[in-house]
Design a protein around this ligand. Sequence first.
Ligand SMILES: [Zn+2]
Ligand SMILES: [Zn+2]
Length: 233
Amino acid sequence: MQKKLYKLLYPRRCPGCDKLLEPDQKVLCARCDDLVKRTGEVVCVTCGKPLKNETRDLCPDCRKGHNFVAGRALFVYDGPMKEAMYRLKYDNRRCYARNFAVEAKKTYAGLMRAWGIECVVPIPMFAPKERKRGYNQARVLAQNIAEEFGLPVADLLERVEDTPPMKGLSPFDRRSNVKKAFHMKESEVQFNRILVVDDIFTTGATMDAVAEVLMSHGVQAVYALYVCIGEGS
Ligand SMILES: [Zn+2]
Ligand SMILES: [Zn+2]
């Protein structure tokens, strides 16, 4: 009942333009639905980045391999999704997470079953930063995605260092930047196949660091889902 009331009081907004959606629109308004780029069929088999060259399996970033098995994105980080990601992160538009979870279920229900996902883990935010912002958008996304797929959320990790923004760093610097940033909160994990959720994927340095920590605590396979990803080559 409380949930119904919540949905009545807080109708869905379009993440692309922030306008209120019609009751039959669950993800984006018609205009933004035309403007956004979904990742589509031809993607890097590892990170899910759309590939311009259809004869390749992997994008250049993934040729060296990753600690996570595979990841997929919903949208290309471009056009209205750039604004959407900004508002989700900095403008308290946590409500968009619900739309993205619906899109995730629509697009990746089969894949999620094939991956055998047992629980959803958010990329943690450095605690003082989260207190200042009031929320961690990755956790809000993880909660909504878990609910949509009927999976539990496992808040297994904490971020012990505030890493400088990754923007403008080389892939090598990005890796060393996040290498020691994550710790396990619990010493034992009862899940083998985990889905890690984040808002934007760039080179995968953060996802690799998180996967490494999870696997060193006995997790067998780490998969990833993010709302947005850049375009590949
Ligand atoms: Zn819109
Ligand atoms: Zn890739």
